[in-house]
Structure formats: C-alpha cells, structure tokens
Ligand binder design. Sequence first.
Ligand code: ZN
Ligand code: ZN
Length: 266
Amino acid sequence: MLQKLLGKIKAGCPSCDTFTDNTEDQENIEVKSLCFQKLHREEKCQLLELLKQTGRILSSQEMDVVDEFLAHEGHLSADFIGQKLGEKGKRPDLNMIEDVLSLLCRYGLAQKVHLNGTGPWYEHLHLGETHDHLLCTRCGKVVEFEDEDFKKQMKRSARLHGFQPLFQKTTIYGICDKCKKKQSGTISLSDLSIGEKALIVDLSGGNNLRKKLSDMGLVTDETVEVLGKTGPVILSIKGSRIAIGRGIARKILVSPIVPEKESHEK
Ligand SMILES: [Zn+2]
Ligand SMILES: [Zn+2]
C-alpha cells in the first residue's frame, strides 16, 4: 500500500505545494506517517475543490471534524472524533459529526463499515487502495490487509457466477495471535467464539446436571462447535444442533481445536 501511496504523493497535488520530499526509505514508519499526512493534505485540497464545485459550504465546526477525521487512520467512530475535539476544548454536536462523516462518504473520501455488528465506523477511502479485514471475535481487534491473490480469487469467484466484480470488502473472522496465546489449556465453553470448535475436557456440576448433559451428547472427548451465542448457546454436536443455557455452558470445560494448516499454507 505504501508503494502506491508514495507513487500518488509524488505525483503531487495541483492545489498545494506541500509535496516536495523525495524520501526513498519506504520501510521507515516515520516516512509512512509523513506519507499519510501528505496524502491527507492532498485529500483535503480535493475536498475543498469538490465543495466549491457543488456549492456546499462547511462551517468552521464542520471543518474541524474534517480535519480530525483526516488526522487519524484506521476505523473511527463519531464518538472518537467528538472525544478528540473535546480534548482540544471544542464541544461539537454528535449529530453534526455524523453528518460531516456521511458527507465525506458521499464525496468519496471515506467509507462506512460495520464490523461484527458494531459500528458504524468510518475509514479513509484512499484512491486505488482497497483492503480487507481480519476481525478477532474475542477482543474485537481489526487488522487491515491487502492480498492481491485473494482479490484475484474473489474476482474469479464472482465471474464464475456471471457477476462483473466492482469492489469487495471481506471480513475474515477469527482469533488473533494475542488471544490464542492467552487461551493456553482449557477454557469454559461459554468463552468460545462463534465458529470455534473444541473438545470437551470436563464437566463440572452435580450428578443430575452431568446426567442431563450426557443425555444431550455432551460428554468428555466429544467435539462441539459454537453456532450461536446471542441468548442461549447453540452447539453443533454429532451432526445435530442443541441449545444450552449460558450458566451451563460455563460449567463445561473445553480445549479449543486449532485448525490444521492447509498443505499449501506456509
Ligand atoms: Zn483477540
Ligand atoms: Zn479498514
């Protein structure tokens, strides 16, 4: 992505003369930050031009929101922008912030994303840059990635169904490295994420409960997969589905199954 951004930045912005650096060290984080700053200035110039062309005038408070949005990369909420402006002694109205962020989406400078039912989040729309998301269902961490092979495969899949692919935004749900390391050994079944498989290791609780669970097929060394967690926990077990209460799920100790890597994965 940095390569592309550098290319764009070096092309320069017709409306301002801030792009005079000729930095070659592309691995340097400071360079990256500098590149983003320049890109954001270029985008602000383009926005001002668009506003002029469409006859839209932004108040100074609205412009503050634009500047605050442009000052940060990543997935930003209206609350976050409000908080950052608050730290600078400004008191913007949350609805006004939402309106400005929506305007940035309409003008092609931002896009709205929903991740795992949370959001809306607003992220920058840098021309020519498309990324997909990895989302940790445990801690909510989001990683953006760009993989040309992945994009090509998605396009191939679309064409196979007669679709002309225009753009894609994919979220891969999983468990991040940090959360994987934290879950050494056994955890309670209620802590599993949707889509996660685990081996039942132990059942706590009285004899009556154990009998009830074993009648449902929940016995040690059996594999379960979590299908749902909103309300009761829905499990897939032995080719069937069962529902158990959250309290009961907490009493079942499991060992998460880490999927084996495919043979072509490194
Ligand atoms: Zn995580
Ligand atoms: Zn993103």
